[in-house]
Design a protein around this ligand. Structure first.
Ligand code: FE2
Ligand code: FE2
Length: 411
C-alpha cells in the first residue's frame, strides 16, 4: 500500500519546522509535505497524491479559505483540516462551509496525530470511490424547511434566547450535526465530548449560530421539488421518533447519562445517509426506491445494488469526516447490522438498532414476524432478547404523545 501523504501549509517557516519536529515519530507512517503558502500547496497537489491537507488560515497571497475552496473543487477526496490561531476565529468561521475539521494553534501533538490518523482510518468505511468524493464535497446538510424558518425568525427577533435556539437546532439533523461538529472540534470546543446539540449551541454562542445561518450560509432549506420519492416530512418524523425511542431504551438499559445522550443523538441522525443520497443523487435514488417496491427487498439491499454502499455507511462516513464522537458514528454505521460491529456489549448502537426496528414495525402493521427487522441473534448474544416485548410495549406508549409538538421539545 502506498504511504499516506499529508500536506502542511503555513506562511511561517518556523511553524512548518515546528510541525516537522513535532511529528518526527510519524515519519514511518506518513509522508509529510510542507508548503509555504497557498500557491506552493497547489503546485504540490498537482504532482503528488495527497490524502490529507492541514492548512493555516491567515496567509499572504492565497489565504487558507481560498486554498481549501480550490482543493474542494479540484481534489474533493482530500480531507481538509484547518490549523489556525484563536485570533483568526472570524476567518475560520468563514471556511465552515469548506473544511472538514478545525484545530487550534498551538496544537497538542497527540490531537494532531489523532485527527490525521482518524481521517486515514475513514477510507474503509465507504468502499465506493465516487460516493466518497461526493460525501467529502458535502460540508452541510439541508434542514427541514419549517425548522429552518423557525430558526431564522427566532434569530432575527430582538429577544432571541439561546435556549429557544438550542431547542430548534436539536430537532433538525442538518443543524444538529453541524453544531456538534463545531463544538467537538479542537478549535471551537476544545475537543470535548459534546453530544447534546443544545449544549453545543450554548458552547458556540448566539453570534456563531447567527453567522452559520446568515453569513456563512451553512444552514439551508431542503428543496422538496427535486425528489418526488423522498418525503422529508416522513424522514424527519421517523428520525425524531427513533431518537426518542433510542433514548428510552438507553434509559431502560441503565446507561450512564453520556451514553443516553449519544443514543438519542445517534437515533436522530441514524438515517442521515438517506438525506445525502436523496439530495445529491435524486435519479438513482428513485431507481433504488422502485426496486424496493417492485422486488420487496430491504432498502439497504437495493442501495448496495444501485450505489454500491448503504445509507448507513454514507451517513457514518460523513459524520466521521466531520469529527462527531465515535459511539454516534458506530451506531449509525451498524444500525441495520449490529452484529457486524466490533463492540459486543450494549452500546448506543443497541438502543438505536432496536429503536429503529420497532419504529418501523409500528409503521408497517401486520405480521410482526414478517415486519420485524430486529437482529435476534445479536440481541441473544447480548442477553437482551427477552426484553423485546417490554420495549415494544413502552415504545408504543411513548409513540402516542410523540406526535404532539410538546413531546418533540422534551429532552
Ligand atoms: Fe436506516
Ligand atoms: Fe431508520
Amino acid at each position: 500500500m502506498p504511504m499516506k501523504q499529508v500536506l502542511f501549509v503555513d506562511d511561517e517557516a518556523k511553524v512548518l519546522e515546528g510541525l516537522q519536529r513535532m511529528l518526527r515519530s510519524m515519519r514511518r507512517e506518513w509522508k509529510m509535505l510542507f508548503a509555504n503558502g497557498g500557491q506552493e500547496a497547489l503546485d504540490i497537489l498537482a504532482k503528488e497524491h495527497v490524502n490529507v491537507i492541514v492548512t493555516d488560515m491567515r496567509m499572504p497571497g492565497m489565504d487558507g479559505q481560498k486554498l481549501l475552496m480550490a482543493v474542494a473543487e479540484h481534489y474533493p477526496e482530500i480531507i481538509r483540516i484547518v490549523l489556525s490561531g484563536q485570533s483568526d476565529q472570524e476567518m475560520v468561521l468563514k471556511c465552515v462551509g469548506t473544511a472538514h475539521q478545525y484545530l487550534s494553534k498551538p496544537c497538542d501533538p497527540e490531537i494532531l496525530k489523532d485527527t490525521v490518523n482518524r481521517a486515514f482510518s475513514l477510507r474503509g468505511l465507504l468502499a465506493n470511490d465516487s460516493l466518497r468524493r461526493l460525501v467529502s464535497r458535502m460540508t452541510s446538510l439541508p434542514s427541514i424547511p419549517a425548522l429552518y424558518l423557525e430558526l431564522t425568525e427566532v434569530l432575527q427577533s430582538p429577544n432571541a434566547s439561546i435556549e429557544k435556539v438550542g431547542k430548534i437546532v436539536s430537532k433538525d439533523m442538518g443543524m444538529a450535526a453541524k453544531v456538534l461538529q463545531l463544538a467537538n472540534s479542537a478549535f471551537f470546543g476544545n475537543a470535548r465530548h459534546i453530544c447534546d446539540p443544545a449544549d453545543a449551541v450554548i458552547y458556540l454562542g448566539l453570534d456563531t449560530i447567527k453567522a452559520l445561518a446568515f453569513s456563512v450560509n451553512v444552514f439551508s432549506q431542503f428543496e422538496q421539488s427535486d425528489f418526488s420519492k423522498f418525503s422529508i416530512d416522513e424522514f424527519w418524523r421517523h428520525s425524531v421518533a427513533t431518537g426518542a425511542f433510542a433514548q428510552r431504551i438507553a434509559k431502560s438499559l441503565q446507561f450512564p447519562e453520556k451514553m443516553i445522550h449519544d443514543a438519542r443523538m445517534a437515533g436522530l441522525l441514524h438515517d442521515v445517509g438517506k438525506l445525502v443520497l436523496a439530495a445529491n443523487l435524486p435519479k438513482p435514488y428513485e431507481d433504488m426506491w422502485t426496486m424496493v417496491q417492485d422486488q420487496g427487498i430491504p432498502q439497504w439491499q437495493a442501495e448496495v445494488e444501485v450505489f454500491g454502499s448503504t445509507h448507513a455507511e454514507v451517513g457514518a462516513y460523513l459524520l466521521w469526516l466531520w469529527g462527531l464522537p465515535g459511539p454516534i458514528i458506530e451506531a449509525i454505521a451498524f444500525h441495520h447490522s449490529p452484529g457486524a460491529s466490533p463492540e459486543q456489549s450494549p452500546t448506543p448502537l443497541t438502543a438505536v438498532h432496536i429503536g429503529n426496528a420497532i419504529e418501523l414495525e409500528m409503521q408497517r402493521e401486520g405480521d410482526l414476524e414478517l415486519a420485524s427487522t430486529v437482529d435476534l441473534e445479536y440481541l441473544t448474544k447480548l442477553g437482551l432478547v427477552s426484553r423485546l416485548p417490554f420495549w415494544r410495549e413502552i415504545l408504543r406508549q411513548l409513540a402516542g404523545p410523540l406526535t404532539s409538538e410538546e413531546a418533540l421539545h422534551e429532552t
